[in-house]
Design a protein around this ligand. Structure first.
Ligand code: ADE
Length: 225
């Protein structure tokens, strides 16, 4: 899968996408992430990509021309399945959306800044608007990194144990059960006996039970009937 991210601050995306699982996904050739500085398509030699908003008011707006040229220059090279705009007023990201997006070939992600992007770009280029939660970040880069990470780890072959993403919280609308590692007894706090017994049928039942309890208590809103 290929993800192209357009940003005025591509440096912000470097660290989160160059370590750990995202690094491995790219090294294995399963994920290709390209970051593009929007200033490459600036309207003048000063690197201008934003301007005052019509109607007045504080805050700059990202201009149409650099964004349109950036998207079109990428679209000339290949077909994109989605052109995504990261914005707090988009649909809230969840695991189901990440699963669906992980099946795509090529996507573009646009990171907003300042007051956001000119509405005409949203109307004519953007196919999906995504928020990562009901709070406002200084820009869309961290949100784009979150989206890229959650999609990237779902690509087949990225995780060592391929089944492990299937047991993540939110797959099947359940939170993950508690996990333990050595020692069996830490300061008198014991690992549940059932996990030490080696009976995998009982362990699976216990885990499902714990998942259900945890979801009922913490996230009753996601629990299916
Ligand atoms: N840009 C600023 N805040 C954001 C959010 N919550 N989600 C996505 N993009 C954003």
């Amino acid at each position: 899968m290929r993800i192209d991210i357009i940003s005025v601050l591509p440096e912000l995306l470097e660290s989160p996408l160059q370590h750990s699982i995202m690094k491995r996904a790219q090294e294995k050739g399963l994920l290709a992430v390209y970051t593009h500085s929007l200033r490459k398509w600036a309207v003048n030699e000063y690197g201008q990509v934003d301007d005052y908003q019509y109607g007045g008011g504080a805050g700059m707006v990202m201009m149409c021309e650099p964004l349109a040229n950036a998207v079109e220059s990428l679209q000339q090279e290949r077909k994109y399945d989605e052109v995504i705009y990261m914005t707090p007023d988009g649909v809230t990201l969840n695991q189901q959306m990440a699963n669906t997006l992980s099946l795509q070939e090529n996507i573009i992600i646009i990171c907003g800044h300042y007051k956001g992007i000119d509405e005409r770009i949203r109307e004519h280029f953007i196919t999906l608007e995504i928020s990562i939660g009901d709070y406002v970040l200084s820009g869309g880069e961290l949100a784009a990194a979150v989206l890229t990470d959650t999609i990237g780890r779902l690509l087949p072959g990225v995780l060592n144990d391929e089944t492990s993403a299937l047991f993540d919280s939110f797959q099947d609308n359940l939170l993950a059960p508690p996990v333990y590692t050595r020692p069996e007894d830490f300061r008198g706090w014991k690992v549940p006996d059932i996990l030490l017994g080696g009976n995998h049928k009982l362990i699976d039942e216990w885990r499902l039970d714990q998942s259900l309890e945890r979801t009922k208590k913490r996230r009753p809103d996601i629990l299916k009937d």
